[in-house]
Design a protein around this ligand. Sequence first.
Ligand code: FAD
Length: 371
Amino acid sequence: MADVGITVVGAGVVGLAVAARLAREASDLVVLDRHERPGLETSSRNSEVIHAGMYYPTGSSKARLCVEGNRLLYEACGAHAIPFRRIGKVIVAASAEERPGLESLLALGVRNGVELRMLSGAETASLEPNVRAVAALFSPDTGIVNAHALMDHLAREARAGGAMIQLRSELLALERRTTDYRLTVRAPDGLESFTSERVVNAAGLESDSVAALCGIDVAAAGYRLHWCKGSYFSVAAAKARLVSRLVYPVPGQLSLGVHAVLGLEGRLRFGPDVEYLAERRADHRVREERRAAFGEAVRRLVPAIRDEDLEPDMSGIRAKLQGPGEPFRDFVIREESGRGLPGLVNLIGIDSPGLTAALAIADHVAGLLAG
Ligand SMILES: Cc1cc2nc3c(=O)[nH]c(=O)nc-3n(C[C@H](O)[C@H](O)[C@H](O)COP(=O)(O)OP(=O)(O)OC[C@H]3O[C@@H](n4cnc5c(N)ncnc54)[C@H](O)[C@@H]3O)c2cc1C
């Protein structure tokens, strides 16, 4: 018999959500993370936006799990005192040429089951007088959440169900044996090894490397990740009240575009931009040189913000399956019996809207492991 029933690799929001969900039914569960605390990577370096689900192709996992995750996340926030606000967002067409983009997004959103309303320029100005728009889409179900509080809640739920969260433990080797997996971990006291019946790979930026550990050819499988940095600039407090909702441009091919992000504490930031990293190195510095490009993108939405009002803030790195110039890629959420690896579930390319979708992803993983 294996030492543990299920091992979840990665204690970001997705791994913790999976652990909290699985711990309802199975108590012999271990979560591994290489850091000294959960959630120190992408899950604490993002916009903390609860997306509504209008951006993704209808029927994709991103669309379905975002819409479902949005509902589950608001429910969990309400039930467990996780700080959040259903603040709403406007996606603005700054010029007439951008209007068709808004109309396509409206049609896509409606197909995905998202509530959206088209606003005229005057209606947008009455909601957001400092925003420049000839028209806008209003999404009442977009909001913001405290991601740390959400992860604290999920870690508590997982532990309450009997899960052990083992920190400072980096998975180095994963070997399929006849009926289980052998995991080798670098822990504070040296190398440790144990067996687990099933394994969920929620290793974020390293989820492709973890898949490779048990012999999957990640290039052939289409699992190779691109690291794509997104930086933010914060706005001086005097101008933080220029908007009262989230304000986004019409999205581009690779990202939702530099947008206005309001924090629960009232701070205003703009970001994230898109910078594919040549090397897989977690360099989170935000470069001053990006200020002018940011200023330009910001003024397309809120003309009163000048370059001098912007200060380099934080950054996060997206785990993207989509390389530069490539078409849309969906989340990979796959039970790998088909590759001779039964009981292994890979979660790869969980970029945006992964925070929003985490609780729905967890339900989906529970279904895959039960089936
Ligand atoms: C700039 C930016 C903005 C975003 N904005 C939003 C947003 O507003 N709304 C939204 O819904 N989503 C957003 N996202 C996406 C969201 O942040 C991610 O989808 C989500 O955080 C992914 O969570 P995760 O648990 O998969 O990954 P992570 O948080 O990266 O967790 C993975 C964990 O695995 C651990 N790990 C890795 N390898 C190993 C190993 N070998 N052994 C042990 N542990 C290991 C790491 O230490 C890490 O803690 C944004 C992302 C970025 C980068």
